[in-house]
Design a protein around this ligand. Structure first.
Ligand SMILES: O=C(O)CCC(=O)C(=O)O
Ligand SMILES: [Fe+2]
Length: 352
């Protein structure tokens, strides 16, 4: 029999191959689960046409966009300029990577000497405490920007086009990022470049390739436990067939539908702070599927780690006093990795 420690160090994919029920370190405590209440789609997840939004007749779209950012903190973006065939390629490469034999993937491990976690690489959750409940998810985490800080030692070389495609996806995501940041400034009646200017050449972009193997007991585990993203903004490419992502709104868990060729844009904690709480960083989670695996490719966009995260002066006044303390981006992100593992929200420590 394997001990708890060995099981914790296994990849989820290996556990599935064993065909067993999820080990106890993956089983959520009852009160954390809330899986029984079926999600009530009180209103559909907003869909925003980014092309229309940037046109001179895009006023209606801008109203929808602002409301999506304020009330949901996320939206599905269509007409974002990245061809569907390219998005398919990214999803397929990701799936191909996770389907490689374990020893091939382990070359890119996120463990140092087989035990200490680092952020980048292939593996599973950072374990910070003994009682930590793990997520039913293996992932590959890579820094894409700034380019000169890439650690190519953990960038897969199989499939052969992995690196080039990821580089290209980073470039394309950068264009979408700028488009959205400009539109955000516009709907807040700020100077068009005021958010874009915060994302200089030292701003970071990290990719997280998520792999959720099927799970015999989806009622017991989370693919990803409830959390908000510590980034300023997250741009997600979701599985084209299998859903599982839910967002918490008005005390309900609402399914994010599968919408092929769209990108999901999520407001991160960083943008909630910059916008002095006008835009909302939503709590979301991922459920697993009893017979289907699921992949997602997630791009986390953050400020220069040395820059301070604080509400924009233009968004603080008597009617809307400052809602968050100042924190260095780097410190906020470091806290997040620990807090996430323990199911806490870093954001709550910075509210005034
Ligand atoms: O896989 C998904 O749908 C969501 C992933 C996510 O929320 C994350 O990686 O932060
Ligand atoms: Fe997330």
């Amino acid at each position: 029999m394997e001990g708890e420690k060995e099981i914790r160090s296994r990849l989820v994919q290996e556990l599935v191959l064993n065909g067993r029920d999820p080990p106890s370190c993956y089983v959520q405590r009852d009160h954390d689960r809330q899986l029984n209440a079926p999600p009530q789609p009180s209103s559909p997840i907003p869909v925003i046409d980014l092309d229309h939004l940037s046109q001179s007749d895009g006023a209606d779209e801008a109203v929808k966009f602002r409301s999506a950012l304020q009330s949901w903190g996320l939206f599905l973006a269509i007409n974002h300029g990245i061809p569907g065939s390219f998005l398919d390629k990214v999803l397929n490469l990701s799936r191909e990577f996770f389907h490689l034999p374990l020893e091939d993937k382990q070359k890119f491990t996120n463990l140092i000497d087989g035990k200490d976690f680092k952020l980048e690489g292939y593996g599973n959750d950072i374990v910070v405490s003994n009682g930590q409940i793990l997520d039913w998810n293996d992932r590959l985490y890579l820094l894409i920007q700034p380019e000169d800080q890439r650690n190519l030692a953990v960038w897969p070389t199989t499939p052969i086009s992995f690196r080039d495609t990821l580089h290209e996806f980073g470039k394309k995501t950068e264009t979408v990022r700028a488009q959205i940041l400009r539109a955000m400034a516009k709907v807040l009646e700020l100077k068009e470049d005021c958010f874009v200017n915060h994302f200089d050449e030292k701003a970071t972009m990290n990719a997280r390739f998520n792999y959720y193997p099927h799970c015999k007991r989806p009622d017991l585990v989370f693919g990803l436990k409830p959390h908000s993203d510590a980034s300023a903004m997250t741009i997600l490419l979701l599985d084209k067939e299998v859903g599982g992502l839910q967002v918490h709104k008005n005390a309900e868990w609402v399914d994010v539908p599968v919408l092929p060729n769209s990108l999901l844009v999520v407001v991160g904690d960083g943008m909630e702070i910059l916008s002095n709480g006008i835009f909302r960083s939503p709590i979301h989670r991922v459920l697993t599927n009893s017979d289907k695996e699921r992949v997602s490719v997630v791009m986390f966009i953050s400020l220069d780690p040395e820059k301070n995260l604080e509400p924009l002066d233009e968004l603080v006044d008597e009617k809307r006093p400052r809602m968050y303390k100042t924190v260095r981006t780097k410190d906020f992100l470091a806290d997040h990795y620990e807090d996430f593992a323990e199911g806490k929200r870093t954001m709550d420590f910075y509210k005034i």
